[in-house]
Design a protein around this ligand. Structure first.
Ligand code: FAD
Length: 658
């Protein structure tokens, strides 16, 4: 089968159960095709079969004129080309996005199951299973485009994407000027270790070429970080999203005492969503992640992405080993106790560095330690979560429960009398305890195969505060409190509440990828949870008084791994300010920071968010851990010229690369 003209399959369901008889599906936006003024050929319109009330499978076949089967696909029940044009762009320019009208609850784009055996039947990483990249029918929210494999077919794993130009990140918070873009692509090597060996060598050569060309480099994941840690001009960018295969780990490949079945070898560009799916197919699960799942795994770890699982740390805690490429080395970094066998590490073409300090630095590198090509990711047996989501007025005194970690009492008061796995509260900073807050709880239950499947929407996906607001808040300062409350009510999926029939999902099913938001403001402070009762009201009051125009989200987590993990207190409360960007909101956040300093309340800030950090502040916030991180960096990249290769205005300013 010619992969470039592979048919795609779309399963579309509609919350209102009003599916159209036909559906127009169009491929649009392939840069090369656009440039040449030609459209891709093909259009899909017919229903293959109905899968039950409100759900049908459609078939669409395309033959791309240029550029393969990638590009943007839109599913549009009204066939409005203008609507399609209005959709945002994929930052990589190659992505495969599922777009839909509001009426469509969700649409899934999958490759045909034809000739793609289920992952579960694939052998472990000692024989060929390149089909692993494709999701099995019935799984996954985002599938990868069919494309020619790179490495194993003697094609370059790294290809240049067009001519030098500009690149803008996902939320449009930063632009790289004069950037030459490259993509690192997965191959079809027999074994995962062989594939990452080929890729790492190619990356090392590429670094040498960039240096010879006098260009700085920047690996790009999904490009989600609004702090612009993914931005550098006059540079070579390496897009990693096409480098996304995952491989099971065999028992002979690990050191004695390590549970191989819990581990997966993940190429750096695999999305959190994809890693979640692959684990689920093995009966395993990630134990935490951020609110969305469209980040790459390496990119999410690079900034310490987290959610609100009360007993866990950040996503980087899943890492057991990292393959990191610098101009002078291909390093396999693990804790001193070791994880993978010597033979496995040698087969990856890497030099083993079993060292706790280097590992703790590499777990959260902020893109400053080299290029991560692969990770060994840990998991737990898969489990179900039951969400409860409601709007409740929260008593100010309840903060004492939260500060003390008594999540059970908080849950009993506002949802179920059970220990919650996850607790999140989104408040209107204008009178946070007089207006209803948006509460979300997840209760963990043992896995069972027979549970009624719910859509991500029914499970409350997209609950992050970023999804809620519009620019109009900034334009009506007198009504900000009421407008925020209105937006909270409209934007929050009310229910399932405690009286509604319970719905269940796996960890991955409750997450969703995200649509880009223009002009995003996105900042946070992480405080010691013990300070919550005295800090939270103060934060809301200062933020509201100075005109902050976003909701305020409260999340919880334990101390996270990695020397530069912002969640560095034994128990952490993370307070997020997410919404439309405006000078007033940024100013209000700055006043919050000033006030916390004045009150002597210790806090850190998120590496990915717009938090106005500088090198002096980073050094003060992280103290001895920052010094240890820099020592580890200098051991990994001893030559200052090589460190500068990974520099950028933002990273130099943070003292990470300068
Ligand atoms: C809609 C949205 C929701 C979010 N929700 C949350 C949340 O719930 N919790 C939370 O904590 N954060 C959240 N974030 C922040 C997000 O998780 C981080 O920005 C994350 O780093 C993005 O991952 P990415 O793949 O897009 O990385 P990018 O933004 O592309 O890159 C981030 C950094 O990692 C580096 N990097 C990327 N890939 C590699 C690699 N292979 N090797 C070395 N360095 C690399 C980049 O150079 C850059 O310095 C959210 C962001 C958005 C936009």
């Amino acid at each position: 089968m010619d992969l470039h003209s592979a048919p795609i399959q779309l399963v579309v369901s509609d919350a209102q159960e009003k599916l159209p008889a036909t559906l127009r599906v169009a491929q649009a936006g392939i840069p090369a095709a656009k440039k040449n003024g030609r459209k891709c050929e093909g259009d899909g319109r017919h229903v293959v079969d109905r899968l039950g009330a409100g759900c049908a499978r459609f078939c669409a076949a395309f033959r791309a004129v240029f550029g393969g089967a990638g590009g943007y696909f839109s599913v549009d029940r009204q066939s409005a080309p203008a609507g399609r044009r209005a959709y945002g762009c994929d930052p990589e320019g190659l992505g495969f996005r599922c777009q839909r009208r509001a009426a469509l609850c969700h649409a899934r784009i999958r490759s045909w199951s034809v000739r793609r055996p289920r992952f579960c039947d694939a052998p472990p990483d000692d024989r060929c299973h390149h089909q692993f990249r494709f999701p099995a029918p019935g799984d996954g929210c985002v599938a990868r485009p069919c494309r020619r494999a790179a490495a194993g077919r003697r094609m370059m794993p790294i290809v240049q994407l067009g001519a030098e130009g500009r690149w803008t990140n996902y939320h449009g918070t930063g632009t790289c000027e004069v950037a030459t873009r490259f993509a690192l692509r997965s191959g079809d090597a027999e074994r995962g270790r062989d594939e990452i060996a080929i890729a790492a060598r190619a990356v090392q050569d590429w670094l040498g070429q960039a240096q010879a060309a006098g260009r700085r480099v920047r690996p790009i994941g999904a490009g989600w970080s609004p702090s612009n840690v993914n931005i550098v001009s006059d540079s070579w960018l390496l897009h990693t999203r096409r480098f996304n295969r995952c491989f099971r780990v065999g028992g002979a490949d690990v050191r004695p005492g390590v549970e191989a079945a819990a581990l997966m070898l993940v190429e750096a560009g695999a999305l959190v969503d994809e890693v979640s799916d692959k684990f689920e197919q093995q009966g395993r699960s990630l134990w935490t992640s951020g609110a969305g799942n469209g980040q790459t795994f390496a990119g999410a770890c690079a900034t310490g992405t987290h959610g609100s699982v009360v007993g866990r740390g950040g996503i980087q805690d899943h890492i057991r080993a990292v393959q990191l490429v610098t101009p002078t080395g291909i390093h396999w970094i693990e804790p001193a106790a070791g994880v993978m066998s010597d033979a496995f590490v040698a087969a990856t073409g890497s030099t083993a560095l079993r060292d706790d300090e280097l590992f703790a630095a590499a777990q959260l590198p902020v893109g400053a330690l080299g290029i991560v090509t692969a990770l060994v990711v840990d998991s737990v047996p898969k489990f179900l979560v039951r969400p409860i989501q409601n709007l409740r007025k929260v008593d100010c005194a309840a903060l004492d429960w939260l500060a003390a970690g008594d999540f059970r009492s908080f849950s009993a008061a506002y949802a179920l009398d059970q220990d919650p796995h996850f607790v999140q509260m989104i408040v209107n900073p204008y009178k946070p305890f007089k207006r209803p807050a948006m509460l979300r709880f997840l209760y963990r239950e043992p896995w069972r195969d027979a549970y009624p499947h719910a859509t991500p929407g029914e499970l409350g996906a997209g609950y992050d505060a970023l999804s809620l607001l519009g620019r109009f808040l900034d334009e009506y300062p007198w009504a900000r409190g009421a407008l925020l409350q209105f937006a909270m009510k409209q934007g929050y999926a009310a229910g399932p509440d405690i009286d509604d029939p319970p719905v269940y999902g796996s960890w991955g099913e409750g997450l969703n990828t995200h649509r880009p938001l223009a002009d995003l403001f996105n900042a946070s402070v992480t405080i010691d949870r013990a300070d919550l009762a005295r800090a939270f009201e103060l934060i809301c009051a200062v933020y509201a008084r100075h005109g902050g125009s976003t909701v305020v989200t409260l999340r919880f987590m334990e101390r996270a791994q990695g020397l530069l993990a912002p969640a560095r207190f034994p128990h952490n409360a993370v307070i997020d300010f997410d919404g439309p960007r405006s000078a007033r909101t940024a100013e209000a956040y700055a006043r919050v920071v000033e006030r916390l300093d004045a009150e002597g309340i210790a806090f850190t800030r998120h590496w990915a968010k717009s938090c106005r950090l500088d090198a002096a502040r980073v050094a003060a916030d992280y103290g001895e851990d920052f010094r240890r991180w820099r020592t580890a960096r200098d051991r990994l990249i001893p030559d200052p010229a090589h460190r500068a290769l990974f520099g950028s205005a933002v990273l130099d300013g943070l003292g990470l690369t300068g």
